[in-house]
Design a binder for this molecule. Structure first.
Ligand code: GLN
Length: 240
């Protein structure tokens, strides 16, 4: 951790907040505070410089136009690259995930990504909309992923990049794998918001940020109920 407080940045609320992913910041801040950590949250608009010394950067989903503009501004700003070089954690969802890669499609045009992770996104003929579930990379030691997806892009990972999960319901990257992680940069197609539906994933990001192997357990009965409800919905949909 860079300072006395855990610093969490919500990147570009004016562009990449369409799908409710800002909830990821609320969950992270809440779970950190429940462990007695002091937390500073910062929302940085796309016409402002991104600070480079924060601990966790969160990027949300967005429609094609704001996604393309967000990528241009992040590239021009350069702050996210410096933050990653400084060891920051990045958690990016859908449009935010795609723009971390080499390139992505928006409004029929190939756009340059940030090249923070070796991945490329193309456009599929149909949108992937619905529940998204998967078995997370065992090296991360997390329970199954639960989320909701809504995207037209499909993503291929480069050889050094690991998928976040193997898909059991939905599409994710390509119908087989979902999301990616590389160092302390993690991307997913999962909305929900993802960290409300996957509190263990929130704790993984916190552990990466503070360099802790474990965090004290919290009462997660509310999120367990949410996860059970969504898992039951996935099973019921599969039976129809
Ligand atoms: N515009 C991107 C796509 O459709 C991302 C959508 C999103 O963030 N949900 O693929």
């Amino acid at each position: 951790m860079s300072t006395e407080s855990l610093r969490i940045v919500w990147v570009y609320p004016d562009l990449l907040s369409t799908y409710g992913d800002r909830g990821n910041m609320l969950i992270l801040a809440h779970r950190a505070q429940q462990r007695g950590l002091s937390v500073e949250t910062l929302e940085v608009r796309s016409d402002e410089r991104l600070p480079t010394s924060a601990d966790i950067y969160l990027i949300g989903g967005g429609e094609d136009g704001p996604q393309a503009l967000g990528a241009q501004r992040l590239l021009a700003d350069g702050g996210l690259h410096r933050a990653v070089t400084n060891g920051a954690v990045v958690f990016a969802v859908c449009a935010g995930y795609q723009l971390l890669g080499r390139s992505f499609y928006a409004k029929g045009t190939r756009c340059s990504g940030l090249e923070l992770v070796d991945l490329t996104s193309d456009r599929a003929p149909t949108r992937a909309v619905g529940e998204l579930a998967g078995v997370i990379d065992p090296r991360l030691g997390l329970p199954p992923l639960s989320g909701f997806e809504n995207h037209g892009g499909r993503t291929q990972l480069g050889p050094g990049v690991a998928p976040l999960a193997r898909v059991t319901t939905g599409v994710g990257n390509d119908g087989a794998t979902e999301g990616a992680w590389y160092g302390k940069v993690l991307g997913t197609y999962s909305h929900g918001p993802a960290l409300a539906r996957n509190p263990a994933l929130a704790d993984l990001l916190l552990r990466w940020a503070i360099g802790a192997a474990h965090l004290p357990a919290l009462d997660d009965s509310w999120s367990e109920r949410l996860r059970d409800e969504r898992a039951a919905a996935v099973t019921a949909a599969a039976r129809q």
